[in-house]
Design a protein around this ligand. Structure first.
Ligand code: OAD
Length: 251
């Protein structure tokens, strides 16, 4: 494993621009369940049709809000981990753009600044009537019940992408532009199964850029990436940073 980490660090050492494509696995060690893992994944325990579609929200808003409130509490309790922090640190050494499928806001909480949130942000509410959006403070207590718009009083919804919905505004385009600029790509903690986000990974693999995958498990692109690191993100990313610093120090 150390070999793969050193090889990845050497790749990053010659890459002024780096794109990080992240998914639920990077937040797993903050105590936030992933989606597709057998037993522990959210979709093994809950049905997306009941909780993550516009139709589910229209029929059972209180149930949907209770689930998102529970997830907000988990995220607030967990906070960013060493993996998120290592990516933020990398951003102080290189130009780093993060395109994440995560809605938890933990890349920003760790200090990353250039981020496209492809599936929205769980801390932002969007009014179902007037469209006003408001970002909640992580420190605010989270009630279970529906959240109401502070401007017009109608019910708000979590500003995340539900099944069957489009990705927000220009998030995908911004991420595609970041891929064009990137000299290396890190794909971390995603099963690479959900499109269109997974199309960015496919495009990275199809391009000539070196792709580093960090995932203890195999994914549809594992055979095609240039470097595979099979340890957890919170170990692999800090180790890669340490190795990069050693390379830089030795000129
Ligand atoms: P998944 O749950 O599909 O995949 C999580 C991946 O993280 C798996 O491949 C795990 O092997 C890996 N993993 C687990 N622990 C890890 C660790 N400590 N370090 C590194 N990797 C680890 O999550 P996503 O690919 O993010 O969308 O799922 C994509 C989308 O599916 C989500 O954004 C969500 C969901 O439906 C929406 O809600 C729209």
């Amino acid at each position: 494993m150390q070999d793969a980490i050193e090889q990845a660090a050497r790749t990053l050492a010659s890459a002024p621009d780096i794109l990080v494509l992240s998914g639920a696995g990077i937040s797993a060690e903050s105590g936030i369940p992933t989606f597709r893992e057998a037993q522990t994944g959210l979709w093994a325990q809950y049905s997306p049709e009941d909780l993550a579609t516009p139709d589910a929200f229209a029929r059972h808003p209180a149930r949907v809000w209770a689930w998102y409130s529970w997830r907000r509490r988990l995220i607030a309790r967990g906070g960013p981990n060493a993996g998120h922090r290592a990516i933020a640190e990398l951003g102080r050494r290189r130009r780093v753009f993060v395109a994440t499928q995560n809605v938890d806001g933990l890349h920003a909480a760790a200090g990353s600044t250039d981020i496209a949130e492809l599936h929205g942000n769980i801390w932002r509410d969007r009014c179902t009537r007037c469209g006003a959006s408001e970002t909640r403070d992580v420190a605010e207590p989270v009630d279970d019940g529906p959240v109401y718009c502070r401007s017009c009083g109608a019910m708000a919804r979590p500003d995340v992408v539900w099944f069957g919905e489009m990705l927000p505004g220009d998030a995908l385009e911004t991420a595609q532009n970041a891929l064009e600029r990137a000299a290396a790509v890190i794909v971390v903690g995603t099963s690479n199964r959900v499109y269109p986000a997974a199309a960015l990974v496919d495009a990275a693999v199809d391009s000539s850029r070196p792709v580093i995958e960090i995932n203890p498990d195999i994914t549809p692109v594992s055979d095609a990436v240039d470097i595979r690191i099979t340890s957890a993100a919170s170990e692999a990313l800090p180790a890669m940073l340490t190795s990069l610093d050693a390379i830089s120090a030795n000129g």
